[in-house]
Ligand binder design. Structure first.
Ligand code: 6LW
Length: 507
């Protein structure tokens, strides 16, 4: 495990430890292994679980929500769905608590358990809790506590959120006893959320995120001598933020911290952050690692510098250049498909990407500003005039750009670059196509180019400003997925998409 000494990183570039849209990280350690979970919204399978030995190189080992019967994401906005999980291990069992936002039955909070974090995970148990950002804390005395953030209910609360606690009966997997309001955050009215409770000696440390998950995001804290309080705001709050670093900072929106101790007794935090270019970020909120030391008052994040911008901060443990293996996800449920090496057979579905339905889409998170995503795509059969097959840079159901192949009414093949935004489709380019063509989406961080590749040369049909696919512009909580889509009648043949490739690099 990394120590805080012995830094030898010279380059100033700050890298996430898990890149691409993986917000709201939560971490725990069992023996020598660390486990990490992150939000997955309406992507399926949901709640990816990553494992690491060194906190820097993470490998995806499974998903908490791998069974379509375990989560109903139908009809949801892309940024709703599965939010802000917490992972904890107790007595041989992993527990993950999470919220499914704006579900038909309302916002609901669930717990799933597993003995092996790779799965299988139990069916979700509804905890009947209100609010978001649930967390669990297993105290040394055998009692367990559930915390979450909800709209302020108490009469004297001025803020939009309050952190509350209930006891968690971990054998019965249910909440028991009264609910206690713990805290309204260091700055009342500033979206106190993402609570996590820890104990050091006799002191209970409550961490929260404040300021909202955009530019004013921050980590704040309070302490108490009992889990139920009373809690006193740590006057040093915020303990970590990048909001004062200005619009030029390489990493912004830093907050939503969770702590873990190494076997050697060092403490590290995982936090979310974004890497904006020219004021917009496209890669979603990513996971960053921050060293933590302990002062008598509580945790010190990024000791000595107070920011993630310290190239020595990761003590020489620089996240690697290589791309993580793709976590191919569908929207609101699985997409029927078959992989054969890099070749993908994708079933058609009638739902459009712009709908709240279940389009035939299989995508992966864009995790580098500089990347190329390509595949050889067939034209739809001559009689399927409505259908199209293609590649898409997908941010939201109402914000995506597709490079798609279809049949014109006379049967000729056309390749169209189509922007979906503001409730309308706009054709940015239309070119004649052939029965098979290699399509490519290329990003340099500031632009996305869409084209066809012949003899290794990209012929760009259309280029859009990356701002269009940024979370700042599109709204919501997610980053860009690069994927393959196949819209058409359910009975149309599957599309044989060949040689699907993705290559990304740091600048
Ligand atoms: C998450 C919460 C948040 O639950 O965004 O604005 C939600 N804050 O912490 C989804 O990531």
């Amino acid at each position: 495990a990394p120590t805080h000494q012995g830094a030898d990183v010279s380059a100033a570039e700050i890298r996430p430890v898990v890149a691409g849209c993986h917000p709201d990280p939560s971490i725990c350690r069992v023996g020598a292994d660390y486990y990490l979970v992150t939000s997955s919204f309406t992507y399926f399978p949901g709640l990816p679980v990553h494992r690491s030995r060194d906190l820097v190189r993470w490998e995806r080992v499974g998903h908490v929500l791998a069974d379509p019967a375990h989560v109903d994401l139908a009809g949801l906005d892309v940024s709703d769905g599965v939010w802000a999980p917490t992972i904890r291990h107790h007595d041989g069992l992993f527990h993950v608590v999470y919220t499914v936002a704006e579900h038909r039955r309302g916002r609901a909070t669930f717990v799933s358990t597993a003995t092996d974090p790779a799965g299988p995970w139990s069916p979700p148990v509804d905890l009947g809790a209100d609010g978001i950002d649930p967390s669990l804390f297993f105290d040394a005395d055998g009692r367990a506590w559930f915390t979450a953030a909800r709209d302020a209910l108490s009469a004297d609360a001025t803020g939009p959120a309050e952190i509350y606690l209930r006891e968690f009966d971990h054998r019965a997997l249910r909440l028991v006893g009264p609910s206690s309001v713990l805290w309204h955050g260091a700055v009342a009215g500033a979206w106190a959320e993402a609570p996590h409770l820890y104990r050091r000696g006799d002191v209970y440390h409550l961490l929260a995120a404040e300021g909202g998950t955009e530019r004013n995001h921050a980590v704040t804290a309070a302490t108490a001598h009992s889990p139920t309080g009373p809690y006193t705001t740590d006057p040093r709050s915020p303990l970590l933020t990048h909001r004062h670093l200005g619009a030029g900072a390489a990493v912004q929106n830093v907050g939503h911290a969770d702590l873990v101790d190494t076997p050697e007794g060092d403490t590290w935090a995982v936090v979310l952050g974004v890497r904006p270019l020219d004021g917009g970020h496209t890669l979603g909120r990513e996971v960053f690692l921050v060293p933590v030391s302990w002062a008598p008052e509580g945790p010190v994040f990024a000791p000595g510098t107070g920011t993630l911008a310290d190239p020595d901060g990761l003590a020489g443990h620089r996240p690697p250049d290589d791309d993580a293996p793709a976590d191919w996800v569908g929207l609101r449920g699985p997409a029927a498909h078959r992989w054969d090496g890099a070749d993908l057979a994708l079933a058609p579905a009638p739902d459009e990407l712009a709908s709240l339905g279940r389009p035939a889409f299989l995508g992966r998170r864009q995790d580098r500003h500089h990347c190329a995503f390509a595949a050889t795509v067939p034209a739809p059969a001559p009689d399927s005039a409505d259908g199209h097959v293609g590649l898409v840079a997908f941010q939201h159901q109402d914000r995506h750009v597709a490079q798609r192949v279809r049949r014109a009414p006379g049967g000729d093949v056309v390749v169209e670059t189509v922007l979906r935004s503001g409730g309308a489709h706009t054709v940015l380019a239309r070119r004649p196509g052939t029965d098979r063509q290699r399509l490519e989406i290329r990003s340099d961080g500031r632009h996305y180019s869409f084209g066809t590749v012949t003899d290794g040369v990209l012929d760009v049909h259309a280029t859009v400003d990356a701002r269009l696919l940024s979370t700042e512009d599109a709204g919501g909580f997610v980053g860009v997925l690069l994927g393959v889509a196949h819209q058409g009648p359910a009975e149309a043949p599957w599309a044989a998409v060949e040689d699907v490739t993705y290559a990304g690099r740091y600048a």
